[in-house]
Each structure stands twice: as structure tokens, then as C-alpha cells.
Design a protein around this ligand. Sequence first.
Ligand SMILES: *[C@@H]1O[C@H](CO)[C@@H](O)[C@H](O)[C@H]1NC(C)=O
Length: 310
Amino acid sequence: MKDSLMQNLGLVHLQGLVSSLVLVLLTVCRGDSVQVVGQPEPVVALIGDDVILPCFLNPKSDASSQSVRWRQQSEEVHLYRSKVDANDDQNPVYRLRTSLFKEELKNGNVSLKLNNVKLSDAGTYSCQVPTLDKDQKAFVQLVVDTVFPMTRGQKAGIIIGVIIAVTILSVAGGVYMWRQKKQLKQQQEEQSIIFVDHNRNDLIQRVTKVIPITEELLQMGLIQKEDQSTITAPKTSQDQMGKLYQVLQEGGDKTKSAFYKILLKQEPNLLKELDVNFVDKYKDDLIQWVDEVKSISMSAAPEGFDPEGG
Ligand SMILES: *[C@@H]1O[C@H](CO)[C@@H](O)[C@H](O)[C@H]1NC(C)=O
């Protein structure tokens, strides 16, 4: 009983001793050695930029009396030794473009400043502190972009900008189309009024479907019931048309262009025939008139738009 207790106590002691020893060993191995730390993410620069290739001692310890060597592959980039830069073996492409932050060395900051980055500077750089217990190296990758490197925000900005531009253009285009359409409608309306005026005599003579035409004008609210009675009172279609023209004259442009549209439906062949004569007779007037409308639509069109369609 007593013996086994003593044995157990001894075992516990031994266990405690071993674990303390392991702990001490670990502390010696880890704690005493200073690590050289680079950066896992690449440093991205544009041609002509000044960049910092980060490298530092961890835990923080004074590096001002250490040696610091920066290399790219086997090329000498920068050497600091015995508290001064020693760049005799430096690759000439780095001449006068490299420096350490001397006032930062005491904080263990051995980052390299590289000025006026060239495309050929791209690559993996090693940061070495040979005077430490174990000669240690860390790595930093330098990426040189030839095009404008964009952050996510900048990309989003550009996309939003494009969307806004497209929206503005479509709205402008829509407004332009709408104006064109309105102008075309106006043109057609004016043309129909001119047609109704100029072909007065022919239409009075030749339109026969006066009653349905009058009915439609009434339905459209462009003439009154009394007007309808007046128009349909005479016996011949010619006389009826004469009355209709009197009413059209009172009704004005809106009534005339409605009358033209109804004629298109009711007397399409007659209109076609008269239209040819009309265009022949008033060609010069029409050309002048079309030119006028064109110049109006040109001046109304937003800049950059070609009304001829381009
Ligand atoms: C080292 O010093 C430079 C210059 O002051 C600074 O920009 C950089 O952040 C420092 N790096 C570290 C790891 O402290």
C-alpha cells in the first residue's frame, strides 16, 4: 500500500520533470532564433512606381549592425554590411534605385525601397540576413503591371459609369426617336391638310361615300349632329361634299387631317390617283417644304446624331 503510493508519486514527479524539460527545450529552440519574414502576397507596381518590398525581423530586433542582402535570383540587388551600403557587386540595372530605411533598421525593418520600377524588375526577391544565428532568407514577389491595375471598387465604378452612359445614350436616343416620330406625324398631318385644301374641287366632284365619311367624323367628335344633317341634306354627293367642305373649313386642321385619314379608308383608289397628280402639280412646293422640315429636324437633333441615319 505505502510502496505503491510512493511509486505513484515518483511517476508523477518524473512526468512533471520531462514536461518541464520539453518546455525549456522548445523555448530555447524557438525563442532565441529571430526569423526573417517577407510577404506572401505579391507587391504590385506600375512601371515608374516607387515600391517597398517588405521584410522584417520577428521578433522585432535591432538589425542596424546585421548584414542585409537583397537579391533577385542570383542578381545582387542591395547589400548592407558593417552599417553601410556595399553595392560594389550590385547589378547595374538597380544602380541608384535601391535603399533601406536606415532609421527603421533598429526596429528590425529591413524592407527594400525600389525606385522607378521597370518591367524587367518583376520577379521574386529574397531578403537575407546572413549574420543571424541561422542564415535566413525570406521572399517577396514583385509584379509589374503594364496596364492600369484596378481595385474591385474601380472596376465597379467603371461598370456603373458604362451603365450610366448607356442609359443616358438610350434615353437621348429614345427622346430623339420620339421627336422624329412626332415630326413625321406632324409632316404627314400637314401634308394631308395641304392635300385636302388643294384637291378641294376634285374631291367634291368624285367622292361618293359622303354619308359614311360624315358618320365617322361625327363619331370622332369632330363635327356636330347639326353639321351631319346639313351635309346629308342635299341630294347629290357633289352638293353634300360642298357642305362637308364648309364644315371642314370651320373645323380647321384637325378635322381636315381626320377627313384625309377617313378618305384613305373609304376612297383609297381615288386618293392614290389624286396623290400622283398632286405630287406632280405641287412638286416644287413640296420639295421646298420638305427642305424646311429637314432643316428644322437637323437643328432639333441632339449633337452627334445623323438624321440621315448613319
Ligand atoms: C518599414 O518601414 C517603411 C518605411 O517607414 C514602412 O513603410 C513599412 O511599413 C515598414 N515595414 C514594417 C514591416 O514595419
